[in-house]
Ligand binder design. Structure first.
Ligand SMILES: [Zn+2]
Length: 397
């Protein structure tokens, strides 16, 4: 880590916020000095050390590392499913968004161009589907046409080449664990594992229309430590022995082996009821993500901050909630050296949140929950540039 004196003079001092940086176990009112796109110092009374810097008063807010949404759909124009990157990203105070496998290999460069040509300001990373042709659509076209379970759709040399070519953007695979006859073996999951190296594989807990998936016990047994289960708190997903608060042996074993649990809220894939049982049994999310897409952005997902508010309302302490969208997420995608912490020398990706007090109604899409406080995004610094949040406000109860 560079010493402060090695770094340029600050251009801005962010002052007065409660800085919550789980990576350094920080929870205190501190100043953060930035120079251009880089954090140069974190401490107290930084204005006296950087007298020429502009002062940004963040009193009454919470300053965190730039929030990262591990699972959203942001390749707008590919299929009919995606929101514009900024809708999931900077417009909701989230500087970094990971696309959750909207695209397979053959369309990935087009998907990338859709982001780069869109004028979006959000930094977009991606999980990629290992199939040549995969695109997420409302009617599950690749499942309906049965190419999501056709081995001819796999060309692992080209998959490996695409991942290598786009290593700056691709953080892992999103695999739909379909099978071709043996419900304990997915050629698509095994294919992805054969080329993934140490990149994580994200899988969805649950079924797809039109195509068969391997059994949940088989899926859990074949995942590797570091892989990610998204929709981990959905109803009927095989985490819990039906009718009980006990987890299945396969689920317990998977978590024991280091498989990570991601919220992946979506319209129908997060249940307060399942989450309560799993939290009570000691299974908290490693990461909070939205699965934001055109069909859940209005309700019940709305934003990453609102999804965080739900986990907070269920009893997880605020610094832990923030870790689930910053340091834990960065570690999950092996970007912990670069993202998910506030420290000198790092790029200035920072989020600013406010705690709103009152009476608000949150919903998992099935069950309302009235809460007396929510997190609301104020904005974010994306590579040092401030962007106001435009997110819809929390719904008053
Ligand atoms: Zn998704």
């Amino acid at each position: 880590m560079p010493e402060p004196t090695d770094l340029p003079a600050a251009t801005s001092v962010l002052q007065g916020a409660r800085v919550i940086d789980p990576a350094s176990s920080t929870d205190a009112v501190l100043d953060v000095a930035i120079a251009g796109d880089t954090i140069v110092e974190v401490g107290t009374d930084l204005r006296s050390r950087h007298p020429l810097a502009a002062v940004v008063d963040l009193s009454g807010t919470i300053l965190t590392p730039g929030l990262i949404d591990l699972h959203a759909h942001v390749f707008a124009g590919l299929g009919d499913f995606c929101v514009e990157p900024d809708r999931a990203g900077v417009s909701t105070g989230v500087p970094v968004v990971v696309d959750g496998g909207t695209s397979g290999i053959a369309t990935f460069e087009l998907a990338r161009r859709s982001v780069e040509g869109s004028g979006s300001r959000t930094r977009v990373l991606a999980f990629i589907d290992p199939n040549q042709l995969y695109l997420a659509t409302k009617d599950f076209i690749c499942h309906k046409l049965q190419i999501a379970d056709d081995e001819r759709n796999l060309d692992l040399d080209s998959t490996a080449a695409m991942v290598e070519k786009h290593a700056d953007m691709v953080v892992g695979f999103k695999v739909r664990a379909t099978h071709v006859g043996d419900d304990t073996h997915s050629p698509f999951l095994e294919g992805a594992k054969s080329v993934a190296g140490d990149l994580p594989i994200m899988v969805h807990l649950g079924r797809f229309p039109h195509t068969p998936v391997i059994t949940t016990p088989a899926l859990l047994q074949t995942l590797r430590g570091g892989d990610v289960i998204t929709h981990a708190f959905r109803g009927g997903g095989g985490q819990l022995v039906p009718g009980t608060g006990s987890v299945t042996p396969e689920f317990a074993d998977a978590v024991e082996r280091g498989i990570r649990l991601d919220v992946g809220h979506s319209g129908t894939d997060f249940r307060f009821d399942t989450a309560r049982r799993l939290f009570d049994a000691g299974y908290l999310p490693d990461t909070i993500s939205t699965d934001l897409n055109l069909f859940n952005e209005a309700a019940p997902v709305r934003s990453l901050a609102e999804t965080m508010s739900k986990i907070w309302a269920m009893g997880v302490e605020l610094p832990a909630v923030i870790a689930m969208c910053t340091s834990n997420t960065a570690a999950t995608i092996h970007r912990g050296e670069e993202l998910g912490a506030i420290a000198p020398g790092r790029i200035a990706e920072l989020s600013v949140l406010r705690i709103e007090e009152g009476s608000f109604e949150l919903s998992d899409g099935y069950e309302p929950m009235v809460v007396d406080r929510v997190l609301s995004p104020v904005g974010c610094f994306r590579a040092g540039t401030w962007i106001d949040a435009l997110v819809p406000q929390a719904v008053a109860a």
